[in-house]
Design a protein around this ligand. Structure first.
Ligand SMILES: [Zn+2]
Length: 228
């Protein structure tokens, strides 16, 4: 039984950066170390994916030299579209700001990765915001990947007291931190840029934004114009 010494994605990123250096780390991002010792690495550009596969043995050896206890057996290199992650509160009142913000974030991606970089929009939005996003992706011809928070299930960090759960208008309980857990999972799954929709006076997304910046993911913040 191997226990992973990698505490989280920030730690994984720091270790990766130490092993491969900044130039490679910009082109190849570590996603996770699985239980069989394969480190999954995401590349946006085919040439880099090929190169990382060729360097797989050397890189695994360097990672092991830095952390002999890590049990890295090899690299699994995946060619991936750029992932634009959209995070925000369930009810954000400014749908009209979403499409221009998506345009700007897409522009950022092309500035960083080139005009022909395939893109996927990853999000957990629903309701009107989700519909606005779906209309934009369809119009722009961009793929999307949508996730739903697991409102009915509590996470490992939830208080034992079931009263932390809140009630829907119909009286059924839900876990109020499910949205935060989904954001964390989506970030850990890999993103190349994040669009954060921030309501007035809210600190809910602060931890997610700090976490993303710690693993070198650029964050574009869109603040709601409302005054609290
Ligand atoms: Zn809970």
């Amino acid at each position: 039984m191997t226990t992973s010494p990698v505490a989280g994605s920030a730690d994984l990123h720091a270790w990766w950066l130490q092993a491969v250096g900044e130039e490679v780390a910009e082109q190849a991002r570590p996603v996770r170390l699985d239980t069989s010792g394969q480190l999954h690495v995401r590349c946006l550009i085919p040439a880099w994916a090929t190169q990382m596969r060729q360097l797989s043995r050397q890189v695994a050896d360097r990672l092991t030299a830095i952390r002999p206890e890590s049990g890295v057996a090899g690299l699994t290199v995946v060619l991936s579209p750029a992932r634009l992650l959209v995070i925000g509160p369930p009810k954000w009142q400014h749908q009209e700001l979403l499409s221009p913000a998506l345009e700007d974030a897409w522009h950022d991606v092309t500035q960083i990765h080139g005009p022909h970089q395939p893109l996927v929009i990853v999000h957990g939005l629903d309701g009107e915001l989700g519909s606005t996003l779906a209309a934009w992706t369809q119009h722009a011809g961009v793929a999307s990947e949508s996730h739903t928070p697991e409102w009915d299930i509590c996470g490992p960090d939830c208080p034992a007291d079931p009263n932390h759960r809140q009630l829907r208008p119909d009286g059924t309980p839900y876990c109020p931190t499910a949205g935060r857990r989904l954001n964390q999972q989506m970030i850990d799954h890999g993103a190349d840029i994040i669009l954060a929709l921030i309501p007035p006076g809210s600190a809910d997304l602060d931890a997610d934004i700090r976490h993303a910046r710690a693993v070198q993911i650029p964050v574009r913040e869109i603040h709601s114009p409302d005054q609290p």
